[in-house]
Design a protein around this ligand. Structure first.
Ligand SMILES: C[C@@H](C(=O)O)C(=O)SCCNC(=O)CCNC(=O)[C@H](O)C(C)(C)COP(=O)(O)OP(=O)(O)OC[C@H]1O[C@@H](n2cnc3c(N)ncnc32)[C@H](O)[C@@H]1OP(=O)(O)O
Ligand SMILES: [Co+2]
Length: 149
């Protein structure tokens, strides 16, 4: 497995609309789309663009949202997860399985349209870790992503 770029930092919030206003007006960040629902993930999502990464704002959606417990403990919201890209999601999943890391649920399609899975924070130095297959980008003449060489 080769660790790729930090794709995004997940930030939980009780109000995605208030969080978008904060990132736009206080942090002068670009938020170029409307929040959207991902019912299958139990979250409402909006991405904030920064020059080298993204902040993924997450509001709970539905009674069984996986971020409900986090917001109970952190009512103001806060840093929730780190998401790293990998070139091959199945190879990454096998590696973490072999290492005995707890994988939270099946591999599913994430907000960028590529497969993702989550690793338990208690097995990852306290950090809920999302692993995501790199979205299709123009490859160079070797056919590889620049960072993966
Ligand atoms: C859209 C997609 C995308 O990017 O494409 C997304 O990101 S969706 C993002 C939302 N989806 C997910 O997060 C899916 C994976 N997450 C989960 O399955 C869950 O959130 C868990 C990580 C298992 C936590 O669930 P829950 O809070 O109900 O469990 P729990 O209260 O038993 O927590 C177990 C222990 O982990 C700690 N804990 C909970 N959430 C944590 C977090 N985000 N970071 C660090 N530690 C965390 C709790 O404080 C507790 O520690 P103590 O025992 O010491 O008190
Ligand atoms: Co995420």
């Amino acid at each position: 497995m080769k660790l790729g770029p930090l794709n995004h930092v997940g930030v939980a919030t009780p109000s995605i609309d208030e969080a978008v206003t904060f990132w736009r007006e206080t942090m002068c960040a670009s938020v170029i789309h409307e929040p959207f629902d991902m019912p299958e993930q139990g979250v409402r999502v909006c991405f904030v663009d920064t020059p080298n990464s993204q902040i993924e704002l997450l509001e709970p959606l539905g009674a069984d949202s996986p971020i409900a417990g986090f917001l109970e403990k952190n009512p103001q919201g806060g840093q929730h997860h780190l998401c790293f890209e990998v070139p091959d999601i199945e190879a990454a999943r096998s590696r973490f399985e072999e290492l005995g890391k707890r994988i939270l649920g099946p591999t599913r399609i994430g907000a960028h349209g590529t497969p993702i899975f989550f690793l338990h924070p208690k097995d990852m130095g306290g950090i809920l870790t999302e692993i995501m297959e790199t979205p299709e980008k123009p490859a160079d003449e070797t056919g590889k992503f620049a960072w993966a060489q």
